[in-house]
Design a binder for this molecule. Sequence first.
Ligand SMILES: Cc1ncc(C[n+]2csc(CCOP(=O)(O)OP(=O)(O)O)c2C)c(N)n1
Length: 680
Amino acid sequence: MNPKIIKKASNTLRVLSAAMVEKAKSGHPGGAMGGADFINVLFTEFLNFDPNDMTWENRDRFFLDPGHMSPMLYGILHLFNNYSTEDLKNFRQWKSATPGHPELCVERGVENTSGPLGQGHVFAVGAAITEKFLKARFGDWMSHNIYAFISDGGVQEEISQGGGRIAGFLGLNNLIVFYDSNDIQLSSGTDAVTNEDTARKYESWGWKVIMINGNDQDQIRNALNQGVNEKERPTLIIGKTIMGKGAKTDQNEIFERQISTHGMPLSKAGASFENTIKNLGGNPDDPFIVPDSIKDYFKEIIQKKITEAGVKKKEQATWEKSNPDLAKKLKSFYELNIPEIDFEKIEIKDGIATRAASKAVLAEFADKIENMIVASADLSNSDNTDGFLKKTTAFKKGDFSGAFLQVGVSELTMGAIANGMALHGGVIPVCGTFFVFSDYMKPAARLAALMQLPVKYVWTHDAFRVGEDGPTHQPIEQEAQIRLLEQLKNHAGNPSFLVLRPADGPETVVCWKLAVENQNTPTALLLSRQGIPNLPTEAGISRYKAALSASKGAYIVQDDEGIPDIILVGNGSEVSTLIAGAGLLREKKKLKVRVVSAPSEGLFRQQDKTYQESVLPVDIPIFGLTAGLPVTLSGLTGPKGKVFGLDHFGFSAPYTVLDEKFGFTGENVFQQAEQYLNEY
Ligand SMILES: Cc1ncc(C[n+]2csc(CCOP(=O)(O)OP(=O)(O)O)c2C)c(N)n1
């Protein structure tokens, strides 16, 4: 080990970071320049990965939390040949490989999308749980560590409370987090907003905390060694670092620890770019040039990593030979294969709540899907994820043989942990809470959508029919909000989210089938608290078979012969209310009525035009009923349609009273539809 070359490598990272931001004329050089020493020592001396095979499943994982420090990450990955000089020069440009904040790209070494501070390091908690879960099933040979990098912003974000508590509680000794503590944030010093004793906070959660000079390679190495050898606790390394380390002014004076270098090119921040580059040993005329000595150093490191990964891969091959069945299972875990499940055989009593139907499905999954991990934010007996829990055990420190995570009351943490599980790979994360609290999870759900992670959300108590708990617990606008993600395309060009609100027990089973089959985006199930009668079917067809058409997003549940006079559309329990209204329209008005269940408009819009037109023709009056905001259904009813929904918060009362007061009855459907037809 040559301390001089290691120092030079850190300075090269600083030069590259400053140069990328300078060329892009935007970005964040200061933090990256401060964190460079840690990143350098971590990637060269500790992080186990195969530079020739970045997606190797047993690699250590590195999760960056402050995405604004991306130049530091691109810089180190450039030295490992994962990004070209051109890539660095195109930092923040259209369709470049180096977006302003890193976007998931495991092939190049970016393990997570980061930017919204706080989430990145909690992804690491999810990944660390997953490593323990897999090791409990396949053995210690697959051990690997999960590293994360956080900054003042990530520590201040509330989500760090949940991640820190859970990691300490579960004794995640495979988790090593570096806190880049440079005392400076975007608009002020940290002393303007906090006087907490962060070390004691983490210690109280059960972490091992090590305080170091975060720009001193020996101290970094020593702390990382302690973290790797820790047997009981997660490790937090608090590294005091220097913002903008190495920056100089026109007069060649030191320009470090300046708030201005947080978020703008050095030349705009008051430093001299040229003098800084010179000071750090770079070439101001072409700062993207990497010195030959550093290139040679990295050649050696790359070779070493390939050799070390090769040894581990050999160990794996030996294990696979002596454990062929387990090896097959492990492969299938990573492929996220779903075993054969006879969904139709799952016993669903007539008239149960859709959350109860989900409970029965989850009980089946507990028996069949061995790599499913279900979590709940202290609501398992209400969101009915306890159907799964009853057949397994919750994770405990030292015992990851079960498959349930009791997250406690921390929904955003749960969402980020689920993302981390999916990012790690090998498991299928599911998380449950009340639908109204999806608001607390939205930032994590959004990143799941952006990263195309197949996380499943069980969001129960899906409407004002929560009843007596009142408006704080009654979702109204939430369905419209989450369905916006069905309209938003991911970078693969597909709807970024699948939202399913099933209309009865059998349709819930079908929706769960769709959810586990969907590996390309997150899926949410919106489920009722109250019982719902099973929808009618044509003679001789089981309700399950009929509900299989839910895979088209919307389908005809009930239809009269000939062209309908009116189509009634809705989802969830409103469909059975529409069935009641349809009966009255036939009886009192002799109308031909069609009733459509539309569990997912997003899915429906992916069907061919002929199918869409066959279910909801444009030239027939369409009436929608929703327990949410009317806009929830307006896409389906079209410009000439009418939606009856709620445009106000709910109230505390028994839900049957609310149904009457708010007009969610067959009788009111009849009246509203009649009035609509008169005005049509
Ligand atoms: C959730 C969230 N809120 C706000 C921001 C905007 N933001 C980016 S960096 C930053 C300050 C972070 O300071 P620190 O973490 O100390 O980074 P450093 O200044 O050391 O680079 C803020 C507020 C963000 N990215 N994410």
